[in-house]
Design a protein around this ligand. Sequence first.
Ligand code: MG
Length: 159
Amino acid sequence: MMMRIGHGYDVHRLKEGRKLILGGVDIPYEMGLDGHSDADVLVHAVMDSLLGALALGDIGKHFPDTDPAYKGADSIELLKSVGGIIASQGYKVGNIDSTICAQRPKLSPHIENMRRNIASALSIDISQVSVKATTEEKLGFTGEGLGMSATAVCLLIDA
Ligand code: MG
């Protein structure tokens, strides 16, 4: 059995007047993440881990933010196409583990829906997708509420 491990990391700045989308969930909050797409920092980290596992670069390479086609893009839709790339390379997802760093708002009520959205986009079971959230104890840019970051690791198995 061939196995490949991948890692992803992403950061987006918080801004007023933007929706907060995390793991495809629209979360009520007074600010949202800024970016060319919907700025779903969690899904971006997950996609980078999947592409990284196969040494296929990152989402900036596959979905350039200079391309107007991706303006306001639904990151869950982009994740579906990354799933297609993985399959075309003869791999399937073993599991994904991820962490969102955010001081506020409280994310625990939304974690199940994030896991469900990611699993569904990749046609895998929710038990294969872990999403966690942590604050950084008011330290640094996430702690000061200036932005959010996310990390993800994944294991791919030859299909
Ligand atoms: Mg991003």
